[in-house]
Design a protein around this ligand. Structure first.
Ligand SMILES: [Zn+2]
Length: 245
């Protein structure tokens, strides 16, 4: 994997292990999505304005806003940005709030999946993401009401990282129930209009997802996934404490 470090990056003795980690994470994600990502390289610079996936250039570029020595922070950003790359550029001029949420969930899910395979202390970093100051709670059931304030707000504002993360935390058990079926279900998110409400977006994904091909003989039906998402979001109370097991 091609990784470019800016001159602002701190030297690290773990660069080889770091590169191998990114390759391993990519392999885990490729297996989950059932496809390879487009060609890309990784740029690391603490002075980037934010992490970003530049998928309109060839090869694509994944920008990680980190200093080269906080590897777990880089893994977290990498999972999010690589998820954008797997989903692909959409036909609209911005990503949907749901795509931002699913990419945030990718960081939680794939870092947990990779944690047993590395010496980097991923669980420590993940624990930080589960702390209350990292998310903004709200009534998740309101996502199913297209007229609710939160539905109206999200349809206009795709990047509210703390609310995206709150939804992602609630969806993590669903992702862990369905695993690769979950990621393939969401792999066609780039076809989803940015302003859709949750119910409309999930309905649209259900119709466009075919999990029943020969690669996936035991695949769960899209309706099982959307029912499980509905249960997860309607059962979570505002006060819930998230944790990692
Ligand atoms: Zn994003």
């Amino acid at each position: 994997m091609r990784i470019e470090y800016s001159v602002s990056c701190q030297p690290s003795i773990y660069r080889t292990a770091f590169a191998e980690s990114l390759e391993s994470i990519e392999a885990i994600m490729a297996a989950a999505f059932g496809k390879e990502p487009p060609k890309y390289y990784v740029s690391i610079d603490p002075d980037f304005e934010s992490p970003q996936c530049c998928y309109y250039q060839s090869p694509a570029q994944i920008r990680l806003q980190t200093d080269g020595i906080h590897e777990c922070q880089a893994f977290y950003q990498f999972c999010h940005e690589l998820c954008h790359l797997f989903i692909g550029p959409n036909g609209y001029d911005r990503v949907s709030w749901l795509e931002e949420t699913i990419c945030e969930l990718a960081s939680l899910y794939f870092m947990k999946a990779y944690a047993p395979w590395t010496c980097f202390s991923i669980h420590e970093h993940l624990r930080l993401q589960f702390r209350p100051e990292k998310y903004t709670p709200f009534n998740l059931a309101d996502l199913y009401d297209s007229q609710s304030c939160i539905s109206q707000y999200l349809s206009k504002c795709n990047c509210d990282r703390k609310r995206n993360r709150y939804i992602a935390l609630a969806l993590l058990p669903v992702a862990e129930e369905f695993n690769e079926d979950f990621w393939r279900f969401f792999s066609s998110l780039s076809n989803i209009e940015p302003g859709l409400t949750l119910e409309t977006a999930i309905g649209s994904l259900s119709r466009s997802t075919n999990l029943g091909n020969e690669q996936m003989n035991n695949a769960k039906a899209p309706s099982d996934i959307s029912a499980s998402i509905s249960r997860a979001l309607n059962n979570v109370s505002r006060e819930i404490q998230f944790s990692i097991s």
